[in-house]
Write a protein of this length. Structure first.
Length: 183
DNA sequence: TGCACGATGAAC
DNA sequence: TTCATCGTGCAC
């Protein structure tokens, strides 16, 4: 399996968010590789993007967003679900891509359409925060079979509070894929 | 030290 | 439309 290198993440966040579609998310739990094909993402551009957590400043929670690209930013939402993000762009630029849905490929039980369900099914929680995605616990990889896809662009979900930023087309998903989250 | 609320999901 | 459930961030 060909793992994505640091350079992949060290680029424009919108480009990374689009290119992540179709890639494989791999999480190793008890020696078993759980593999999901990424079908939906959202881009969070940085402190100027009012929908991004980094817009509220550098805090203990958002620290990894401000760090180097290719690391996982995982946080607890609504007291019961975890959301996984991939940190992008240079060290100091607090941007990331939220993984919103995957399609089960291998060893994945349960539903995976939505950031909370995806994290639960893949075995991702706050313990993964700050994890190096070029390492062995959790990483992204080129799919074994590349498929041609069409990308749909929509406004991001659940960020109505962000004013004009809520209208930006920063949610991306694979057209026609049945594992994309509803809403 | 307290408290309002969220990049969600499921039930009603 | 309501609710579960709790860490975070900011007000006091």
């Amino acid at each position: 399996m060909e793992r994505l290198a640091r350079e992949f993440y060290d680029r424009d966040t919108v480009v990374v968010a689009k290119e992540l579609l179709g890639k494989w998310l791999v999480r190793v739990v008890d020696g078993v590789e759980r593999v999901g094909r990424i079908v939906e993402t959202e881009a969070y551009l940085g402190p100027h993007d009012l929908a991004a957590h980094s817009a509220r400043g550098r805090t203990a929670r958002t620290e990894v967003m401000f760090g180097r690209p290719g690391f996982a930013y995982v946080y607890l939402i609504y007291g019961m679900y975890h959301c996984m993000n991939v940190v992008t762009e240079r060290d100091g630029h607090a941007a990331a891509v939220l993984l919103r849905a995957v399609e089960p490929v291998r060893n994945v039980e349960g539903r995976t359409q939505g950031p909370g369900l995806l994290s639960r099914a893949m075995g991702i929680d706050r313990g993964m925060n700050g994890c190096d995605l070029t390492g062995d616990e959790c990483f992204l990889a080129e799919p074994e079979v590349a498929e041609r896809i069409r990308i749909v662009k929509r406004p991001r979900v659940g960020v109505d509070y962000a004013g004009v930023w809520a209208k930006r087309l920063l949610r991306f998903y694979i057209e026609g894929n049945g594992f994309v989250s509803k809403r």
